[in-house]
Design a protein around this ligand. Structure first.
Ligand SMILES: Cc1cc2nc3c(=O)[nH]c(=O)nc-3n(C[C@H](O)[C@H](O)[C@H](O)COP(=O)(O)OP(=O)(O)OC[C@H]3O[C@@H](n4cnc5c(N)ncnc54)[C@H](O)[C@@H]3O)c2cc1C
Length: 467
């Protein structure tokens, strides 16, 4: 509470007041300056990501109240890049980067997505080959399809990028690993072999410079591979604490969890802002005589369920934060992954509907940028897509939830998506037959024949206890 209050007081500085008349270039410059001042104030340290996740989340959640471009630029730097270093890096790698990142002297970005591979992270094609003769990794973008795309901060802000690439050591493919690659120096001059381009104007979030990155045989030292989970010896021998490839991949991309919790938290914040504006307006605005618009049943139907959902999501999120703060165990890590993925999708979808209703409930006034609902609708629309597309997350969450409950074998869980697609195809022909096919595949008729699930497979995530 004390930390939040300090940050809210800090954000009263006029530089954090909304600006609606800026060009994209000026908005980016302002966002970078806002970020620089916030970082210099050093309210928390990136290692809180692991040591004190509640503090880490509390500090970053405050930024969404001020401006979402600032929240996202900071989220990419602290959570995605800094958090990945803290979680996957050795103590030496953390010590080498975190102090400068904490105060914004070194700015980071997060290079997972490629033009050709977004949701399918395991399919990325950026290569990192180990050269034992020079004890370096050589990072290569084989073609445009494998260029890193949409990378927040890559067009001009970031100095380094946490690049996800397929590791190859002595001719053997070892799967996706993370490498710290310099993009540009302090003066903004590109690192040799690095090319970047600007992703251009967006529907919202224009304070963030999203960029495309090509790596033309960029050489980085052996120490650039984050090495808490896996290492390559100077002679070129690969070893990992997690020999199972699936487990290793899960741990490598696991850094997205905290970002998903932040997105869900921002959705709750934005819904709270929109509802505060709309409900206050509803109780001040008469229409058709003295009747306040808030007294019309349709108005209540539009706003109050969203208010209840926002409270429910707030408390659900608090449960996930408590799990994050508890001592880590493998079972807890799985539960956090499933809950954060599902809540990110549920909260961001709920927020889109909620803000649209708030906008309409304020009539024409809802369209004025000054009331914040419209800008939030635009800036946050991408929440349904980044850090895991919502539909894909719901599918993964449902599969994992069924597997966690012991309903599915591992092989069954992996084929869930195929079965769901099969069901969707068949639904048009014969609903009952499709449900029976699915049940035969799962061997859990109680769960899947239960009426709400048989009607709509997407509800499977909401009713895990029914299995
Ligand atoms: C503004 C912005 C900022 C971003 N910042 C970053 C960043 O900093 N770093 C980074 O690495 N990435 C970033 N991203 C990328 C983002 O994470 C990806 O856009 C996201 O993962 C989705 O990938 P995609 O765009 O390739 O969509 P796709 O994966 O091609 O998905 C397109 C559609 O297909 C559907 N779909 C895909 N697969 C399936 C399936 N198996 N079953 C059913 N439906 C499916 C999806 O639901 C979606 O509707 C950013 C994106 C944006 C727009």
């Amino acid at each position: 509470m004390e930390l939040r209050q300090k940050i809210f007081d800090f954000l009263k500085d006029p530089i954090y007041q909304p600006e609606h008349y800026l060009s994209i270039a000026d908005f980016r410059a302002l966002t970078r300056e806002r970020f620089a001042r916030f970082a210099a104030a050093h309210f928390f340290t990136i290692t809180d990501y692991v040591d004190n996740p509640r503090r880490f989340l509390a500090a970053l959640e405050c930024l969404a109240w001020a401006d979402y471009s600032l929240a996202i630029l900071s989220g990419v730097h602290y959570t995605l890049c800094g958090g990945t270093i803290t979680k996957l890096g050795s103590a030496a790698q953390v010590a080498a980067h975190v102090p400068a990142m904490d105060v914004g002297r070194l700015r980071g970005c997060f290079g997972m997505t490629e033009l050709g591979h977004g949701s399918d992270v395991a399919g990325i094609r950026t290569r990192a080959s180990y050269d034992a003769a020079t004890r370096e990794f050589v990072l290569t973008t084989p073609d445009d399809d494998a260029s890193k795309y949409w990378i927040g901060g890559a067009a001009g802000t970031a100095h380094i990028c946490a690049v996800f690439a397929q590791l190859e050591v002595a001719g053997r493919e070892e799967g996706v690993h993370v490498f710290l690659v310099p993009l540009r120096d302090e003066a903004g001059r590109p690192h040799p072999g690095v090319r970047t381009a600007d992703c251009g104007a967006k529907m919202g979030l224009n304070g963030v410079d999203n960029g495309q990155i090509w790596l033309d045989d960029v050489r980085v030292p052996r120490e650039a591979m984050l090495s808490r989970l896996a290492t390559v010896s100077p002679e070129g021998r690969y070893s990992s604490a997690l020999p199972d490839r699936g487990a290793r991949f899960g741990a490598t991309v696991g850094g997205l969890t905290m970002g998903r919790v932040l997105i869900a938290g921002a959705a709750v914040t934005a819904s709270a802002i929109g509802l505060t504006v709309a409900i206050n307006y509803a109780h001040a605005r008469p229409q058709f005589g003295d009747t306040l618009i808030g007294d019309y049943l349709t108005h209540q139907r539009r706003l109050y369920p969203a208010l209840a959902a926002t409270y429910a999501l707030h408390f659900a999120l608090d449960r996930v934060k408590a799990l994050l703060a508890a001592p880590p165990t493998p079972a807890r890590a799985k539960a956090i992954h499933v809950a954060s993925s599902g809540l990110k999708a549920a909260a961001s979808w709920a927020r889109i509907r909620c803000l649209q209703d708030c906008r309409e409930c304020c009539g024409g006034q809802g369209f004025a940028a000054a009331n914040r609902i419209g800008p939030l609708l635009n800036d946050m629309n991408v929440d349904a897509t980044f850090e895991g597309d919502n539909t894909v997350l719901m599918q993964q969450g449902a599969a994992a939830e069924l597997a966690l409950g012991g309903v599915l074998t591992r092989a069954g869980a992996e084929s869930l998506r195929g079965l769901v697609n099969d069901l969707c195809r068949r639904l048009g022909e014969d609903r009952g037959a499709a449900a029976r096919t699915l049940c035969a595949g799962f061997g859990c008729p109680d769960h899947l024949m239960w009426a709400p699930i048989a009607r709509d497979w997407t509800t499977a995530f909401k009713y895990p206890g029914k299995a």
